[in-house]
Design a protein around this ligand. Structure first.
Ligand code: SF4
Length: 377
């Protein structure tokens, strides 16, 4: 199936208009998870309202054309406080969808009322049952799980739908079923699973046995098919791709150009393509920023983003993927941050991340399909 992907024409260059922006209301996080990639999570550097206003000036015409999202990411975005987050949100026009990616530990009744009042959609980071959250600890090193669960209970009490995002540090037999059943009970309506990435200040290896990772994804599909009540991000994308291949339409599945996904740092700096690069610097690439919204309109920054040295190098890497990788039509060329943090540059191709989360994901879904193929066919 994957070998037919070489003619895929999407993902050429960077689009001038994003479909969403990522905003960092504060660098601070109240937790200290072992696998966290954020370098400044102990410092409370808050985004001035002027930064949100500058971003909103660019977003307003984009949002007038159709659906547009602002994702409040951290640090821990709720650590910015309700009053400050409300002031930042107020800069944006009505109709823009707001999302927060949160560790949930600060969520209480007052935050739930805030989410309802501002129409904020919540995504919770939690790695499964208590025993699977050993990496998620407070600054004092104590388990954060009970506080996470209290926050989720508040969301449920208030009838607020939420998504969940889990990090899988080591795929082992039985884990996918355990996780899927846990998230079914938790009550999330969308689930994303990330195999832990070597990224930022997290330098732990993410190399795993290929068969174990493929088996993890195959087992996840089996668990989902038994009770498909949660939207499973990775599996649904895989099935869409498989359906497109069967229809001979795999070349049309990827967007024509890469979404720039501008991440706006607390200080207004703009990092495109990979939020994980924001806040880092490198002797060769500088601070990865393509400009600052306090000095230059965001639309202008994005129009020139392809000229940023590392971005140009990444686009070369995407073309290398297109010409060499049979999974390109499914993957679209991977993520800039994974290239950089694994390979120290942007123009390479295969990474451990793409093996774990693209190649073996697709292989796992196909393995499940092969194992459950009807004998009559
Ligand atoms: S990032 Fe990896 S899976 Fe994706 S196209 Fe490149 S080599 Fe293939």
């Amino acid at each position: 199936m994957a070998a037919r992907c070489r003619s895929v024409t999407g993902m050429r260059g960077i689009a001038a208009v994003p479909s969403y922006v990522v905003m960092q209301p504060t660098t601070l996080c109240n937790l200290d998870c072992a696998y966290c990639y954020l370098p400044h999570r102990a410092a409370d550097r808050r985004m001035p309202v002027a930064v949100a206003e500058a971003v909103a000036a660019a977003v307003t015409p984009w949002a007038a054309r159709g659906r547009f999202s602002v994702v409040w990411h951290g640090g821990e975005p709720l650590a910015a406080g309700r009053e400050h987050l409300a002031a930042l949100i107020a800069a944006f026009p009505a109709g823009v969808e707001h999302h927060v990616q949160t560790n949930a530990t600060l969520i209480d009744d007052a935050w739930c009322a805030f989410f309802a009042a501002h129409g904020v959609r919540v995504s919770v980071s939690v790695d499964g049952p208590a025993a699977r959250n050993g990496e998620r600890v407070t600054r004092a090193g104590r388990p954060a799980y009970d506080r996470i669960v209290r926050g989720v209970a508040a969301l449920r009490r208030h009838g607020l739908p939420f998504s969940a995002l889990a990090v899988v540090s080591r795929p082992t037999p039985g884990l996918a079923t355990e996780l899927y059943d846990y998230f079914l009970d938790l009550g999330c309506d969308v689930l994303g699973l990330n195999i832990e990435e070597t990224e930022g200040v997290n330098t732990r290896s993410n190399a795993h046995d290929a068969a174990a990772v493929t088996a993890f994804w195959a087992e996840l599909v089996a668990a989902w098919r038994r009770a498909p009540r949660v939207h499973l991000r990775e599996v649904e994308w895989s099935l869409r791709y498989a359906a497109a291949v069967l229809d001979g339409a795999e070349g049309d599945l990827l967007p024509r150009q890469l979404d720039p996904i501008p991440t706006i740092g607390y200080d207004g700096s703009v990092t495109v393509l990979s939020p994980e690069l924001a806040g880092f610097s490198d002797a060769r690439y500088g601070d990865f920023s393509s400009g600052n919204v306090l000095a230059t309109p965001l639309a202008e920054i994005l129009a020139g983003a392809a000229g940023t040295d590392w971005v140009g190098e990444f686009l070369t890497g995407v073309e290398a993927c297109r010409s060499s990788c049979p999974y390109f039509g499914f993957c679209g060329g991977g993520h800039a941050a994974n290239r950089y943090f694994e390979q120290g540059r942007f123009d390479g191709t295969e990474t451990e991340h793409c093996r774990n989360s693209k190649i073996r994901l697709l292989e796992g879904v196909l393995e499940h399909a092969r194992d459950h193929e009807s004998p009559a066919r």
